[in-house]
Design a protein around this ligand. Structure first.
Ligand SMILES: Nc1ncnc2c1ncn2[C@@H]1O[C@H](COP(=O)(O)OP(=O)(O)OP(=O)(O)O)[C@@H](O)[C@H]1O
Ligand SMILES: [Mg+2]
Length: 237
């Protein structure tokens, strides 16, 4: 059963529609990766899914309930975005960032380190002094404290080396496998993203031009490449 569902969603800024008639669903324990060139509408899709941006038409639901505009309320319902900006406090330590993210009544801040043990020796370091990969681990740790049912991850790998991405993406996979989180992952590293995903979609100018099982897309990189340039393909349902 899908946890996150977008049906016929259009969204944008001002007069222009950026995302058009988008259908997308993510089941519990599933990782779906949203691919596409710069400006295709990937971040806009995530913002709409999390309630930061209203859908102009269509519907976004989590576990069958419509997603409203109250992002804090949506977060309490388990809908959590890891934005591409990372949204950390650079002047504070790792521990302080986790304190601030921990919810009253939720698991303690230190529980976030269970899945991200590389952060443990860094808890007293200021975030500004962390590497990009370590900062992304902290962003994931913060998201985990919100006990997500649906995790939307926007370019975890922004500015990171492929080695750092190879360390981070399996952690994302494990959240789906071990905690049954529904993950929607936006990535520029196509092969690495498809390598941990169950399914993939390619957006171009706000429309899905290709979608399929991750293994099928990995096996037909040529189709993925064409989709980046707007070409549709027989694999598109
Ligand atoms: N706040 C905004 N106001 C107006 N236009 C915007 C705004 N944010 C994004 N856009 C435009 O919407 C389009 C889609 O942007 P979006 O950020 O969703 O793309 P993206 O697929 O995430 O790209 P990237 O890979 O570069 O992050 C772009 O043309 C962008 O210029
Ligand atoms: Mg983006």
């Amino acid at each position: 059963m899908s946890v996150l569902e977008l049906r016929g969603v259009s969204a944008g800024y001002g007069a222009a529609a950026v995302v058009r008639d988008l259908d997308l669903s993510v089941a519990a324990g599933e990782v779906v990766t949203l691919l596409g060139p710069n400006g295709a509408g990937k971040t806009t899709t995530l913002k709409t899914a999390v309630g930061l941006l209203p859908a102009r038409s269509g519907e976004v639901t989590v576990l069958g309930r419509p997603v409203g505009r109250r992002v804090d309320r949506n977060a309490r319902a388990g809908l959590v975005l890891v934005p591409d900006s990372r949204a950390l406090f650079p002047g504070l330590t790792v521990r302080e960032n986790l304190w601030l993210a921990a919810r009253r009544g939720g698991p303690g801040w230190a529980s976030a380190l269970d899945r991200l043990p590389r952060l443990a020796p860094l808890v007293d370091r200021r975030v500004a002094l962390l590497s990009g990969g370590e900062q992304q681990m902290l962003a994931l740790a913060k998201a985990l404290l919100a006990q997500p049912r649906v995790l939307l991850v926007d370019e975890l790998s922004m500015g990171l080396s492929p080695v750092a991405v190879q360390e981070l993406l399996p952690i994302v996979r494990s959240l789906a496998d071990d905690l049954s989180v529904a993950v929607l992952l936006v990535e520029q590293h196509v092969d690495l993203a498809l390598g941990i995903a169950d399914r993939g979609l390619v957006l171009h100018h706000g429309r899905v031009v290709l979608e399929g099982a991750a293994a099928d897309l990995l096996a037909d990189r040529e189709a993925v490449h064409r989709a980046y340039f707007g070409g549709t393909d027989a694999a598109h349902a």
